[in-house]
Design a protein around this ligand. Structure first.
Ligand code: HEM
Length: 106
């Protein structure tokens, strides 16, 4: 990713209420995000996803950077019915930076 992971750590403050990263991370309102970039959607153990996320996962949704950027920009447009209650990141740079930060957690 072309983003800046340090700037992305600040952007991740918007995600932290619901998502954790790191060795001791546990599912919260949202699933743990370790290794999510490039991973198939809907695969975090013991997390109860929405039906629509599971349908898109069954249709082959992979969290490549393009799909993550679309989801994080407008979650409810990318995935109608997602249970991620997040309005979205409005700035393209915030998206790139948060992805660079998340990419540092495998
Ligand atoms: C799902 C990232 C903010 C709650 C996801 C997924 C990603 C993601 C990549 C899909 C995971 C998978 O398929 O395993 C982010 C990022 C955020 C953010 C980077 C900040 C920029 C939030 C916030 C909340 C939240 C603030 C809670 C208010 C959820 C929930 C799901 C989810 C409940 C499951 C969605 C479903 O099953 O439809 N998030 N998220 N997220 N997130 Fe977030």
């Amino acid at each position: 990713a072309e983003g800046d992971p340090e700037a992305g750590e600040k952007v991740f403050n918007k995600c932290k209420a619901c998502h954790a990263l790191g060795a001791d991370a546990k599912n919260k309102v949202g699933p743990v995000l370790n290794g999510i970039i490039g991973a198939p959607a809907g695969q975090v153990p013991d997390f109860k996803y929405s039906d629509v996320l599971l349908e898109m996962a069954a249709d082959g949704l992979v969290w490549d950077e393009a799909n993550l950027a679309a989801y994080l920009t407008k979650p409810r447009d990318f995935m109608k019915g997602t249970k991620m209650s997040f309005a979205g990141l409005r700035k393209e740079a915030d998206v790139q930076n948060v992805l660079a930060y998340i990419a540092s957690y495998e």
